[in-house]
Design a protein around this ligand. Sequence first.
Ligand code: PLP
Length: 382
Amino acid sequence: MFEPDEVLLLGPGPSPVSPRVRRAQAQPLLGHLDSEFVPLLDRVQSGLRRLFGTTNRLTLPLAGTGSSGMEAVVANLVEPGDRVVVGVNGVFGMRFADSVRRAGGEAVVVEAPFGCALDPDALRTAIAGGPTRLLAVVHAETSTGVLTDLRPVAAMARDAGALFAVDCVTSIGGVPLACDELGVDAAFCGTQKCLSVPPGLAPVTFSERALERVAARRHPVPFYFDTRLLTGYFGRERSYHYTAPVSMIYALAASLDEIDEEGHEARFARHREAAAALRCGLGPLGLEPLVAEEHAAPMLTTVRYPDGIDDVAFRRYLRRHHLIEVGGGLGPLAGSVFRVGLMGHGARLPNVLRALAAFGDALRACGAAPDVAAALAAVHAG
Ligand SMILES: Cc1ncc(COP(=O)(O)O)c(C=O)c1O
């Protein structure tokens, strides 16, 4: 039997899974149309609505990872020739634009440097440049750790009569979402970040406005992602569309129960506090965060290496000697940064202290002279 190490997952995902979620996943299998299972699915859909901040009836845990949520949103809302403005300040914004192009849309990319916030004026200019069907942004860009302020972007979409789609893969469960209040028409996420469920589901939500747009399409949507067919199973009828991944839905249900028991505000505060503690401890180790505090996503901190530290050697040392996983840099940041996820079940002070001590040891092994005692003292001093 495969018995892996108990690794502390402090990378960009997957995040640590609680014992309760693990146990839930191992419960006896039921049929996906079983009368005992269907009420659990109802509960999961309600819990997802609360986290997305929506009353959208079509809110469901799609099978597949976060990218399948992105594909589902694009497949339903983009038709060949549609003009889509995409805010890109990292790898996942690039993926969003790529997905639009693959659906035959025209992706008008508004770029900001990796590590910086999107420029609202540049977005406004791009939207004004032609009839815009959809505006798409990533809420928490996991390749950099930048959190986009959705409110002004949502207003731009509304003023232009465009639909607004948001990638919430990393943000959901770690910061508040208010899809209805802002006017978000479609949002998707993954389970493996701040929901602390293994990868394998992509919760998505579509507004009535988005569904009207789908009803008016000239081209069919690929079978698997077609919201009209998904409504059959995830709506009142509960008719077969595809075989739902039952055990994953058990796990998600357990996580949503934990989230409700903790309280959303308490959970968001826990993420903020863990991120702040991590930031306090970086300086004495000779490390610095890439993203300015006012734009930083609490669940993912990208950290610059001091000169001369080998990224692969550093991360290999952490995994081997401390059983800690962190992520490497992506795109232009590869080799110059590492990414620390304090997500969901993992966003806790003891993990921050363990991580900082381990970072110090790994930096020392790589030839630097970090002050671990000062780093831990800085955390305690707040
Ligand atoms: C912001 C964001 N969007 C999309 C994805 C893609 O999700 P997945 O890898 O689960 O397909 C990720 C994954 O890390 C992500 O962080």
